[in-house]
Design a binder for this molecule. Structure first.
Ligand code: AMP
Ligand code: MG
Length: 269
């Protein structure tokens, strides 16, 4: 499966129209084929994550960004379904607290990065500081605009020091967002996720699209590239994300640690 077509080429000017949100090009057969692949990747991820944990020489940071209802929570739930919670941690980034706002914007982020053998998934991230912050004018442009460079440098430092970074932008269409928001209103088991503020955010759809486009253009780097995941079809989104993570872990040359000398052949009485 050639997911490289969804990777944002570093330095390129992004046109989101290149990756239609309802596309499923790599699984033309549709949902049934997709679910079969998804199960295969989940089994593989289960094995690889255990090996990654045991190997204990790498750190993996998965950054997920998307507009409201874009599928951040669902992706995490489905893709990490079979992994061991002892080695996988989700770090959500909400509206910063007073304490967090009293520091630079990377302070709370740096505190959550993975340790050796650990996979950490960021549900939102430091990218909010060039997204919601930009769209709502929470800091002046001259300040947030410098953040693209800070972020690239920060991620480079993490990578130089042994962290691997996978960045995923879940791309849904405006129609799909309407359906998902409506679903949240209509379904009692989903209503807890809905705030009236989500409607005001939806009105800023175009502003968010511009902010995402510039983010993707400026912060897809050789050391931490972005992938744009067509995400209207949840099954396709899950297949692509699973595939990207499996491929990343397979590329690390993971191995079981050397056991203590003289263990082989011991008979336990
Ligand atoms: P949710 O993901 O629905 O739980 O909502 C989290 C909220 O926190 C979203 O409205 C984000 O826009 C907001 N948020 C996250 N990071 C920041 C940030 N750095 N500055 C302002 N708001 C943020
Ligand atoms: Mg929300």
């Amino acid at each position: 499966m050639d997911v490289e077509r969804y990777r944002v080429v570093p330095g390129s000017a992004v046109d989101l129209g290149q990756w239609p949100p309802d596309g499923h090009d790599l699984v033309p057969g549709g949902k049934d084929d997709g679910e079969e692949l998804h199960n295969e990747y989940n089994d593989r991820l289960e094995q690889l994550q255990e090996l990654f944990f045991a190997d204990n020489r790498h750190r993996l940071l998965v950054i997920i960004q998307a507009i409201d209802t874009g599928g951040k929570d669902g992706t995490i739930r489905h893709v990490f379904d079979k992994t061991n919670p002892a080695g996988v941690r989700v770090a959500p980034f909400k509206k910063p607290s007073t304490e967090e706002l009293a520091h630079d914007y990377l302070w709370r982020v740096h505190a959550e990065v993975p340790r050796d053998g650990e996979i950490v998934v960021f549900n939102r991230s430091h990218y909010e500081d060039v997204l919601v912050v930009r769209v709502h004018d929470l800091v002046p442009e001259e300040r947030w605009h410098k953040r693209y460079d800070h972020i690239n440098d920060f991620e480079r430092m993490l990578v130089d020091e042994g962290t691997h970074i996978v960045k995923l932008f879940l791309n849904i269409s405006k129609d799909e967002q309407r359906e998902r928001l409506q679903d949240r209103v209509d379904r009692p088991d989903k209503r807890w996720k809905f705030n009236k503020g989500d409607l005001a955010e939806r009105k800023l759809w175009n502003e968010y699209q511009s902010a995402y486009t510039e983010m993707l253009s400026r912060t897809s780097t050789d050391w931490a590239p972005w992938y744009v995941i067509p995400a209207d079809r949840k099954w396709y989104r899950n297949v692509l994300v699973g595939h990207i993570l499996v491929t990343k872990l397979e590329s690390l040359g993971l191995s079981w640690p050397q056991p203590e000398e003289g263990i082989k052949g011991i008979v336990v009485e």
